[in-house]
Structure formats: structure tokens, C-alpha cells
Design a protein around this ligand. Structure first.
Ligand SMILES: Cc1cc2nc3c(=O)[nH]c(=O)nc-3n(C[C@H](O)[C@H](O)[C@H](O)COP(=O)(O)OP(=O)(O)OC[C@H]3O[C@@H](n4cnc5c(N)ncnc54)[C@H](O)[C@@H]3O)c2cc1C
Length: 312
């Protein structure tokens, strides 16, 4: 059993920022990561919206964040956390990993999430090369190009409208016969001359060589398919059908919304004392690197206050 005052679950941007702030508060802290340091940064070719670091690759930013935390003395363990338990009497958490068991007085859950895939053929093949899950991140790469947007909720409507700033045209592909968004967002979409709404439609497949060249669309009522063909690289597909938060390990200790995203207050506190959540795993309006690191910094500061390490 390994013991520390604070355990950070996940070393994506939120977890690494939390580790940096925890080390600067001289907390006895360990960060557990199951995969590669930087989390979703590893899926990102080019980042152009992190203040002060124009045009940095996701890999390089991940390395910089990890090196910064290590430089300050952060301790890392490679392990997959399966569950976290809280003992109210001893006020300690026990974190069960595949390789080791850890005990701590406080825990920051920074396990992130993954964009929910649409499930069409070719989605994985063209991920990052024609298929994107982030308009804020990749919209500018589609200047004067055609964009298909998959989804019918608030995010899909917002992002479809955002993409019209760059794209020559946006085709909003909706499985159902209606949009499930706020009335103002629906009005923005339907009144925007650059957005074409395709109800009762899904993308069945995306085909091409290095870049997508063909979209195969299917009528969700009849199953009838047709193909739309373009020059390679002249269009892209953006998918906005939700986020899958990695919150299973702490279910039962936290309040979650209908999507499983952890509810916190502004101090990143959850329903259990000493348990904090930061980054994409929590309910929030904007899932970006800059908001993840901000959450991590706040969570570590709240944890330090909880542990009596700092007084504000
Ligand atoms: C394709 C793509 C492009 C993007 N582009 C940009 C961009 O240009 N600009 C921008 O600001 N944002 C971008 N984003 C969003 C940004 O990457 C995320 O908002 C950010 O990474 C969230 O950080 P996080 O630390 O909360 O979670 P994550 O990055 O998801 O990190 C969570 C970490 O926790 C680990 N973990 C999860 N479960 C466990 C477990 N049980 N045990 C141990 N470890 C665990 C994971 O392995 C991971 O390393 C992009 C996202 C994607 C998918």
C-alpha cells in the first residue's frame, strides 16, 4: 500500500496542472496515469489556442507540462485506477489500481473523458485527418471548405454556427426529425444561410485515400443511401454528440449529471469532503486545455486548503 496526502487521478492537462500547484504548495502528492502523460493532448496535432504557445503540437505541450511537473518534484505512478473508496471515520481514501493500492487524505479526479464517436465507417481512419471533435481547435483548418457537422443538440448547433465563420458551407446532419436544442440556437442555425439542415440523416461511411473524398449518407427512416464526392482535403466532418467522462472510479462518491459528468462547485469540490474533480471529467461549459489547467490549479489549491497546507 502506497501512502500520500494527495492523490491525483490522471495526468492530462488538468492532472499535470494540479501536480504543479500541489508541488508548489509542498504537498505530499502522487499522480497516477494509465497511459501517456498529457491525456488528450496526444490526440491533437496542432494547438493554436493555448495562450503564449502559438502552433505547438499536442505532443510537445504534453512533454513540456510533464517536464515542468517533474522539475518541481512531482511523483508519478503508471497504473490504472479501478475504484476509489472513502472511509468517513478515518477520513481517508483508498484508491485501488490494477498494480497497487494507494491511500490518501484527499483525491483530485482528473481522469478526463473522450468525445463520443458517431460510429460511422471510416471515423477512426480519418480521426485528426478529416474527422474532428473540436471546432474551437480545428475550425480554422477548414477555411473556405465544406464541413459536415454530426449532432442535433445544443453543442452541435453552437459549433455548426461557429464553423460558418470559416467554412464555405456547413451541412448539419441530424438522425432525428428535429433538433434537440434551445430555441435560440435552433433559430440561429435555421436562419443562417451558410447552414444546410439534413434531418432524418446519418453518416454511414467516410471513404477516401489519405484524406476523405466521399461521404455516404443514409436516410434514417428508409435506410436509403447516397454518396457525395469531393476533392481530397476539401471537406471535413465534425462530430458533436457528447463526451464520455471517465468518472466510473468515483461513482457513488460524487453527484453526476445525466451524462456521468461530475458536478463540482467553483472550488472543484464534489459531494465527498476531500474529493475534488478537475478538467473534462466534470460538468462544465467549455472543454479545452486552458480550462482543464485552470480547474487543476483550483482543485490543487482547494486540496491544499483542505489539508491545512495553505491558509488564504
Ligand atoms: C482531437 C482533439 C483535439 C483537441 N484540440 C484541442 C485544442 O486545439 N485546444 C484545446 O484547448 N483543447 C483541445 N482539445 C480538448 C483538450 O484536449 C481537453 O479539453 C483536455 O485534454 C482535457 O484535459 P483533462 O486533463 O481534463 O483530460 P484528459 O486530457 O482526457 O486527460 C485525462 C488523463 O487521465 C487518464 N486516466 C483516465 N482514466 C484513468 C484511470 N482509471 N486510471 C489512470 N489514469 C486514467 C487518461 O489516460 C488521461 O491521460 C482537443 C481534444 C481532442 C480529442
Amino acid at each position: 500500500m502506497k501512502t500520500s496526502d494527495l492523490l491525483i487521478l490522471g495526468a492530462g492537462p488538468a492532472g499535470l496542472a494540479a501536480a504543479i500547484y500541489a508541488d508548489r504548495a509542498a504537498l505530499d502528492c502522487v499522480t497516477i496515469e494509465q497511459g501517456t502523460f498529457g491525456g488528450q493532448l496526444g490526440l491533437t496535432d496542432l494547438i493554436d489556442n493555448y495562450p503564449g504557445l502559438e502552433n505547438i503540437s499536442g505532443f510537445e505541450l504534453a512533454e513540456k507540462m510533464h517536464a515542468h511537473a517533474e522539475h518541481l518534484g512531482a511523483r508519478f505512478e503508471l497504473d490504472t485506477v479501478e475504484s476509489v473508496a472513502w472511509d468517513a471515520e478515518s477520513r481517508r481514501f483508498t484508491t485501488y489500481g490494477l498494480a497497487e493500492t494507494y491511500t490518501s487524505k484527499a483525491v483530485i479526479v482528473a481522469s478526463g473523458g473522450t468525445p463520443r464517436p458517431a460510429g460511422f465507417l471510416g471515423e477512426d481512419t480519418f480521426r485528426g485527418h478529416g474527422v474532428s471533435y473540436c471546432a474551437t481547435c480545428d475550425g480554422m483548418f477548414y477555411r473556405d471548405k465544406l464541413c459536415y457537422v454530426v449532432g442535433g443538440g445544443n453543442t452541435a448547433c453552437e459549433e455548426a454556427e461557429f464553423l460558418t465563420r470559416f467554412a464555405s458551407k456547413v451541412v448539419l446532419v441530424v438522425r432525428k426529425d428535429h433538433l434537440r436544442a434551445q430555441p435560440t440556437l435552433i433559430a440561429n442555425v435555421t436562419e443562417n444561410p451558410k447552414i444546410e439542415l439534413r434531418l432524418n440523416t446519418r453518416i454511414a461511411a467516410l471513404e477516401g485515400g489519405m484524406l476523405p473524398e466521399r461521404v455516404i449518407l443514409e436516410d434514417t427512416r428508409t435506410g436509403e443511401q447516397h454518396t457525395e464526392e469531393y476533392e481530397p482535403g476539401s471537406f471535413g466532418v465534425f462530430v458533436f454528440i457528447g463526451n464520455i467522462p471517465a468518472s466510473e472510479a468515483v461513482r457513488g462518491l460524487v453527484d453526476v449529471n445525466e451524462f456521468g459528468e461530475i458536478r463540482t462547485n467553483e472550488a472543484m469540490e464534489t459531494a465527498t469532503p476531500g474529493l475534488f474533480a478537475a478538467g473534462d471529467v466534470r460538468e462544465k461549459p467549455l472543454r479545452q486545455i486552458v480550462t482543464a489547467v485552470a480547474d487543476g490549479a483550483i482543485a490543487a489549491t482547494s486540496a491544499a486548503l483542505y489539508l491545512g497546507a495553505i491558509v488564504i
